[in-house]
Design a protein around this ligand. Sequence first.
Ligand code: ADP
Length: 481
Amino acid sequence: MKGPAFSYLFASELHQRLQWFASLRWLAAAGLAVASVAGPALGIHSAWPSLAVVAALVVVYNVYFWVRLRRDLAADGQYAELRLCAIRQMAMDLAAIMVTVHYTGGCGSPVLPFVVFHMAIGTIMLSTRLMYVIGGGTCLAAILMFAGERWSVLENHPLGSSAGSSGGLSCTLATPLLLALVFGVIYLVDSVTSRFKQRSLELHTTTEELIERTEELQRSIESRDALQRQKAHYMRISAHQLRSPLATIKTTLQVLLDGYVELGSADGRRLLGGTAERVDSLIEIVNDLLELAKMREGRSKAPWTRGVSLSQVLADIFDAKDTFAKEHQVELVPLFITERSAILDWAVPPDLVYAFENLIHNAIKYSKPDGGRVTVRQTLTDGSVVIVVEDEGIGIPADLVDDVFLEFVRAPNAKHHTAEGTGLGLSVVLEAVEMHGGTITAESREGVGSRFTVSLPLHHVPPEVQSMLLIGNANENAPTR
Ligand code: ADP
């Protein structure tokens, strides 16, 4: 739809007019063919075969434009190409008219008014300035031709009885008349259509704005719908995950309430113990869900902090996870202590800790029964830092590697390995990494080990901080959530 600033016609309208013009050209070609045959009998002695040749040429180039308009230029939105096509058609037509004028009496030719007709149509289709140029060129060509005929540089083809008579006089009249008509018609058509052109331009701009707004609206409706679907899906799986432990707890309590098992008996205590475990896992799920919700909703209130050392965060996590690693006979290998420590311009330390703690916790938790190594490697480039958490554990089945970042996804081997887990940890990790402008990928082979790669930009300024900086409220420690 977009065209140059002076385009007051929509591409589709210009296309329509050019097609109409091309249809008229068939008539013109037919007229020329008839005139070439009938001309000599009507006193136009030079009509045959010259007008037949012109007619054939008109047919040839009209076939070309006809096909192009129907095939290549049929689509909307090619204003520049259509405009070029219009200019070429006009140039070809004017050349054909000039040749016809030459063979039908020169400045006394009855074909001369067609020049004026073309100027009128051209002014409707193209810009006025361009039409003045085309009009000027046409008049110059006509004057040169008349002069050439007058001083016998070009052969004369006078009409019937006027042969050799008042050619000079009619040219003296015809030339200024042609000039006046060409420029007069362009001026007149322009002044008549200028209001329409102005309105058309306004309409064009408004339509473009309207289309842009509609597309924007469409996009926001689509993203709102996607969000609604995502929310519904999230609620459904959350409810589903909470329902089964709740149903088991209810059954156990009912058994105890109905007196089928004595509360103080060994069976009773076992049932209560199991119920307490279920409640613990429910609390774990609810906590993770809250963490996820907090991260998704509360970014604007997150405690964005300036200049956070990622290397320090990792070192603290290593200290905290030392005992847990020893329990699982896992050796923690810290390959992130480099000369240059990775400093993030802006970060939310609790969320960074959560993310890397989760990855390292998983790497230990899903280690094989006889232990293994968990390596955390850091590579620092100019603009980003890449952290790799690698283990030699149970791995992830190939068909689930891409899904582990979705809520509640737990691989069967992981469920079999340990009951501890909600399937929400990696969703929170992904959220935390993305809010820091980073990416995370997982690679794994079942039974061999897993590798999680996190890439974080060092100079990421989150939109929340940007807006804070803009309103001049930024300080090193924004209010905590
Ligand atoms: P969970 O609480 O179950 O560990 P996560 O969201 O942290 O939940 O992980 C989702 C699933 O991804 C896990 O249940 C497990 O199947 C798989 N997974 C994550 N980390 C590892 C790992 N280091 N080794 C093997 N499997 C893993």
